[in-house]
Design a protein around this ligand. Structure first.
Ligand SMILES: Nc1ncnc2c1ncn2[C@@H]1O[C@H](COP(=O)(O)OP(=O)(O)OP(=O)(O)O)[C@@H](O)[C@H]1O
Ligand SMILES: [Mg+2]
Length: 351
């Protein structure tokens, strides 16, 4: 059994994907956390159901593993509508999109993952489809080319993106509802990990649930994955019981630290502090120095580091905060730790 901690976020492995889908909540009621998005989306869907119509287009944004795909599936389930799944990178040509759109049935939910990676022509076709439920199929080439409009059934587009900022505003504006997913509170993650433990048939002690939840970077995908790794550890090295001590030992083995930073998170902070004297350092340089893609550093590692107050994105580059130095046990350059003379408090300060 081996696990690359840097890979904690990806879902390339089919086993992992299967494990994930087994734990996916299937209704809004089962969907933990995100109270604002959940309530707003619930209203949008309830209203559409009352009208007997088709729900407005929904855009879901936020870091990986927070529940975008899960919500897309829930939207289809709540609307008792069929779901069709594709993604920006999978649609090479506008023609591919035209084929998908014209094959939809009335009320169908079309989930487009990584919608920020659609090609320009596909994106423009989507504008028309979203607004007028029509696609223009271009026949012929050059000056003789003509656009033949084809009506398509009313559908609900659910777009997902880790980078809402990259979406052109004409596209963003065509969504009736945008849900911005936030990192989860430890209490929500605790609920999620307990539910998953029940589904997996493992006995999880309350302290262990808290330990795992507290180290999951605010991310349901990670809480579920850590649960499985802790279960492995408990079965192989322990008695099979998931206690707090077993959880802590397992997470240490997997290089997840006490506040949930994984190897990539720490590598980013160490690079900024040690190699670039705390920054500012540009994203590309930083990515090269940790041996990762720019996108991975920017979309996977940084959002949590920013939210936890370890990293700042400034116009001149990334900067490590004092909290980052402290967490790594390092002293920022030029900061002379002040020790009171003779250990006594300075009367000038307190007198
Ligand atoms: N609110 C939630 N309650 C319970 N489980 C959740 C919740 N959100 C996500 N999960 C779990 O986390 C896993 C990852 O969620 P999901 O695949 O929806 O993330 P995502 O936002 O689509 O990530 P990516 O950007 O990588 O595609 C799911 O398998 C699901 O089991
Ligand atoms: Mg997804």
């Amino acid at each position: 059994m081996s696990l690359d901690p840097v890979d904690m976020h990806s879902v390339a492995d089919p086993d992992e994907r299967a494990a994930e889908s087994a734990l996916r909540p299937t209704s809004l009621a089962e969907f933990e956390g995100q109270p604002r998005v959940s309530e707003q989306l619930g209203l949008v869907l309830a209203a559409a159901r009352r009208r007997g119509g088709v729900a407005d287009h929904v855009l879901l944004s936020g870091p990986p593993g927070l529940g975008k795909t899960t919500l897309a599936m829930i939207i289809a389930a709540e609307m008792t509508a069929p779901l069709r799944i594709s993604s920006g990178p999978a649609i090479q040509h506008a023609g591919d999109l035209a084929a998908i759109l014209s094959g939809l049935t009335e009320g169908e939910v079309l989930f487009l993952d990584e919608i920020h990676r659609l090609s320009r022509p596909a994106e423009e076709m989507l504008y028309l489809a979203m607004e007028d439920f029509r696609v223009d199929v271009v026949v012929g080439k050059g000056p003789g080319a003509t656009a033949i409009p084809i009506e398509i059934p009313r559908f609900t587009l659910v777009g997902a993106t880790t980078r809402a900022g990259l979406l052109p505003s004409p596209l963003r504006d065509r969504f009736g509802f945008t849900g911005q997913l936030e990192f989860y509170d430890p209490a929500d993650l605790e609920h999620i990990v307990r539910r998953s433990a029940v589904l997996l048939g493992v006995e999880l002690e309350p302290d262990a649930a808290r330990e795992i939840a507290g180290r999951s970077r605010g991310t349901p995908r990670i809480v579920n994955r850590l649960l499985r790794r802790v279960r492995d550890f408990a079965e192989v090295r322990g008695s099979g019981r998931l206690t707090q001590a077993v959880a802590a030992a397992a997470l240490e083995l997997y290089e997840v630290d006490s506040i949930g930073l994984d190897r990539l998170d720490r590598a980013v902070l160490v690079a900024i502090c040690k190699r670039f004297a705390g920054g500012p350092v540009g994203l590309s340089t930083l990515a090269i120095s940790v041996g990762e893609e720019r996108e991975t550093v920017e979309e996977v590692a940084e959002p949590f580091l920013v939210r936890e107050g370890f990293l700042m994105r400034t116009p001149r580059g990334r900067v490590a905060t004092p909290a980052a130095w402290a967490h790594l046990g390092l002293t920022p350059p030029g900061s002379t730790a002040w020790t009171p003379p003779g250990g006594a408090p300075d009367p000038g300060l307190f007198g």
